[in-house]
Every structure is written in structure tokens, then in C-alpha cells.
Design a protein around this ligand. Structure first.
Ligand code: CMP
Length: 138
């Protein structure tokens, strides 16, 4: 059954001008784009989006980084989208990411790691709803 997952191409990747290459890799891997837009996240939005990490030592750094420049928000759909997208992006830390993954190719550190991916089908739906109205999804 088709699943949806949220991709965020993070400020480091947009600054390096590799957001097109990242999106192409995602498309080449069989994902359909159902919604897409660029955004400059506010501190409030980024803080809310990452609320589950609020108690983690890297939370403030994460919010500062995610608001440091524009991001690309992409609602993706595919069979088994959540797991397949996580495989495509690789481990959170690019040093541990498999060869050929998006983070291995484009990320520079655990914090500045090029892309976000939802960790479950339930969170994929929640995260897409956080950034997109149903009418913006095609
Ligand atoms: P993401 O998939 O967007 O979800 C949570 C983010 O927290 C994660 O990617 C990383 O960018 C960030 N993160 C996780 N661990 C660390 C860390 N030790 N230091 C800084 N950022 C981190």
C-alpha cells in the first residue's frame, strides 16, 4: 500500500545548491512528489516540529540550524515510503551512512545532515500535515 513520508531538504544542502541533485535522487528512486514548497522556518515552527527532541542536548542547536536559511519541504509517496526513504538517506551521522546514500553524498555532520526523514508511517502523516494543507497535496 502507498505510504507518505516527509522530506525536508535542510539549510546546509540548500546553501550548497544541491537541493536539485537531492530531489533528482529521490525521484530516481521511485518516489512521487505530492507536495513541495520552499520555506524559511521560524523559530516557533522549527521548535514545534522538533518538540520530541526538546529535552535533548542538541535541541537549541537543531532549531538554530533549521532556521539558518531556506529549506525545501517535500511530501513524498511510494509503496513502503517510510523505510525506503530512510534507506535512501542513510544514517543520521554521515560518517556512519552507507555509500551512495544522500547523507553520505551531501551531509557534513550529525547536525548538518542535509535531509530529514519521518521515522514511522504515523509520524509521516503528522509531519506532512504540519507543513501542508490537504488541498496542497496532489
Ligand atoms: P532529523 O532526521 O531531522 O531528526 C532529528 C535531528 O536531530 C536529526 O535529523 C539530526 O540532524 C539532529 N541530531 C541528532 N543527533 C544530533 C547531535 N548529536 N547533534 C546535533 N544534532 C543532532
Amino acid at each position: 500500500m502507498a505510504q507518505r513520508t516527509l522530506c525536508i531538504i535542510k539549510p546546509d544542502a540548500v546553501k550548497k545548491n544541491v537541493h536539485g541533485s537531492i530531489l533528482q535522487k529521490i525521484l530516481d528512486s521511485g518516489f512521487k512528489v505530492r507536495g513541495i514548497r520552499m520555506a524559511q522556518l521560524s523559530e516557533n515552527e522549527a521548535g514545534k516540529f522538533y518538540e520530541v527532541h526538546k529535552e535533548r542536548p542538541f535541541y537549541n542547536e537543531l532549531v538554530t540550524f533549521m532556521t539558518s536559511g531556506p529549506v525545501v519541504l517535500v511530501a513524498l509517496e511510494k509503496e513502503n515510503a517510510v523505510q525506503d526513504y530512510r534507506t535512501l538517506i542513510g544514517a543520521t551521522d554521515p560518517a556512519e551512512a552507507a555509500e551512495g546514500t544522500i547523507r553520505k553524498l551531501f551531509a557534513s555532520s550529525k547536525g548538518e545532515n542535509a535531509v530529514h526523514g519521518s521515522d514511522s508511517e504515523e509520524n509521516g502523516e503528522k509531519e506532512i500535515a504540519f507543513f501542508f494543507r490537504e488541498s496542497e497535496l496532489v
